[in-house]
Design a protein around this ligand. Structure first.
Ligand SMILES: Cc1ncc(COP(=O)(O)O)c(C=O)c1O
Length: 395
C-alpha cells in the first residue's frame, strides 16, 4: 500500500506558510500579536512564547526560585523523559511519582508519598490530550505551599470543568513541536493568570537570545517539509527517508531561545482553526475509543467526567507485549503507522538517584513497555478507521 497514515499530522497549507514571509519586512512584532491571541484563546491573562515548551518550563521554574528556596519538582515516572532537563537547568531536583493505569499519567493518589517541605512545584501532565481533574492536587498545593505547572504540551484546547487546561493551576505550558495538534514544527507557550509571575517571566524571556539568521532562513523550508511529509501519500512514498527523523533521542541539554516572528504568523493562522481541528480529532478519536474500549486485550485511559479531550493520539496499553507487536505489524500492512511513546520510565533513562535493584514504579514500567499510539488526526480517513477497528476485532 503506497499511502500510509502517519502517527501525527497538522494540516498546514503552503499558502499559510507563505504568509510567514510578511515577518521579513517592516518592524512589526508578530510574536506579541500571537501571544495576545493565545492568551485570549486560553482565557488567561498572560501568554509568553519560546523556542520550545522545555524552555517555557525552565523559565517558569527559574521564576519560582524568586519566591521560594524549595528544590524539588515532581513529574510522573512515565512521561517525556527530557522533562528532567529544564528542572536540572534551573538547578532543581526531579522527583518521580508513580503513574496510573487509569489515566496513563501521574497517580494523584500516590502524590502525597512524594510531597514534602522541599516540594517547589508539581507538573500534572495531560498525556495524549486527555484532561483529568486536578482539584485534589490544587487543594494539596494550597495546604503544602507548592506551585502547580500544568503541562498541557499535548492538550491545547482540551477542557476540564468548563475551563481550558493550562489555566487551572499557577501556570500552564504547551508545546508547538512536530507531533502536537497545534504545531509550528517547534515552539512553546506559557500562560498564567498571575501578574507577579508574569512580570518575572517577561524579564527572563527578554533576556533569551533571539533566533539567528540561519534559523530564519531555514524555518520556511522546514515548515514546508513538515506540511508535505505528514500527508499520507508522501509519508508512504518517502517513508524510508522520513523514518530517521521520527525517532527522538534522549538529550543531555537544550537551547533556550525566543520564538520567531515567522512561526508566530503560522501560529495565528493555526489558532483560528484549532477548535475545528480539535473537533475533528475528537470525533475520530471517540469512534476508535468506543470501538476498542471493551477489547479484552487492551487498557484505554479513562475519560474524565465533564472533560473534552483533544486526542493528540489515542493511546492503548496491551496486556500482552506479543499482541502489541502483532497488532502494530497488521496495522502497518493496512497502511497505518503507530507510535511507541516513551519506551522506558524516566529513571531508566536519566540517573535520578533511584535504586534500580527493585522497580519502584511498576505502573510506569508497565505502561512504557505496552503502550502504542493510534493516529486520530484530520488525515485519518474513514476507511483507515474501519481498518484499525477490524484489526483489533481480529485479535
Ligand atoms: C508532555 C510534554 N511536555 C513537554 C514537552 C517538551 O516540548 P518541546 O519539545 O516543545 O520542548 C513535550 C514534547 O514532546 C511533551 O509531550
Amino acid at each position: 500500500m503506497l499511502r500510509k497514515i502517519p502517527t501525527t499530522a497538522v494540516p498546514l497549507s503552503i499558502f499559510e506558510i507563505l504568509k510567514g514571509f510578511k515577518s521579513y519586512f517592516g518592524n512589526k512584532s508578530y510574536i506579541e500579536e500571537f501571544e495576545q491571541g493565545f492568551a485570549n484563546y486560553m482565557g488567561a491573562n498572560h501568554a509568553f512564547s519560546f523556542n520550545k515548551c522545555t524552555t517555557s518550563i525552565y523559565i517558569f521554574l527559574k521564576a519560582l526560585k524568586k519566591f521560594s528556596n524549595r528544590q524539588e519538582v515532581v513529574i510522573p515516572a512515565y512521561t517525556v523523559p527530557t522533562l528532567v532537563l529544564p528542572i536540572r537547568k534551573a538547578g532543581l531536583k526531579p522527583v518521580l511519582c508513580e503513574s496510573s493505569l487509569d489515566t496513563f499519567t501521574m497517580d494523584f493518589e500516590r502524590l502525597p508519598e512524594v510531597i514534602n517541605d522541599n516540594t517547589l512545584c508539581v507538573l500534572p501532565i495531560y498525556h495524549f490530550g486527555f484532561p483529568y481533574k486536578i482539584d485534589t492536587l490544587l487543594k494539596l498545593a494550597k495546604e503544602k505551599g507548592f506551585f502547580v505547572l500544568e503541562d498541557a504540551a499535548q492538550a491545547p484546547g482540551a477542557i476540564s470543568g468548563g475551563k481550558k487546561v493550562g489555566t487551572l493551576g499557577d501556570a500552564g505550558c504547551f508545546s508547538l513541536c512536530r507531533g502536537k495538534n497545534f504545531s509550528t514544527v517547534n515552539g512553546g507557550m506559557l500562560v498564567t493568570n498571575s501578574d507577579k509571575l508574569a512580570k518575572i517571566i517577561r524579564e527572563e524571556k527578554d533576556l533569551l537570545p533571539k533566533q539567528d539568521f540561519s534559523f530564519k532562513a531555514k524555518i520556511p523550508l522546514i515548515l514546508t517539509a513538515y506540511s508535505l511529509v505528514t500527508r499520507p501519500l508522501i509519508y508512504g512514498l518517502f517513508y524510508k527517508l522520513i523514518a530517521p527523523f521520527k525517532h527522538t533521542t534522549v538529550h543531555d541539554g537544550f537551547e533556550s531561545k525566543q520564538y520567531s516572528d515567522f512561526q508566530a504568523i503560522i501560529g495565528m493562522s493555526l489558532l483560528k482553526k484549532l477548535d475545528v481541528l480539535n473537533e475533528i480529532r475528537l470525533k475520530k478519536g471517540m469512534t476508535l475509543y468506543n470501538a476498542l474500549k471493551n477489547n479484552k486485550h487492551l487498557i484505554l485511559p479513562k475519560i474524565a467526567e465533564n472533560s473534552t479531550p483533544v486526542f493528540n493520539h489515542l493511546p492503548v496499553v496491551f496486556k500482552e507485549i506479543n499482541t502489541m507487536e502483532k497488532v502494530q505489524a497488521m496495522l502497518w500492512d493496512r497502511g497505518i503507522d503507530t507510535g511507541r511513546m516513551y519506551l522506558k520510565p524516566v529513571h531508566h533513562l536519566y540517573d535520578l538517584g533511584y535504586d534500580m535493584q527493585t522497580e519502584l514504579f511498576p505502573g510506569a514500567l508497565y505502561i512504557a513497555e505496552r503502550l502504542i499510539t493510534l493516529p486520530s488526526h484530520p488525515y485519518l480517513d474513514d476507511n483507515s478507521i474501519d481498518n484499525i477497528i477490524n484489526v483489533f476485532k481480529s485479535i
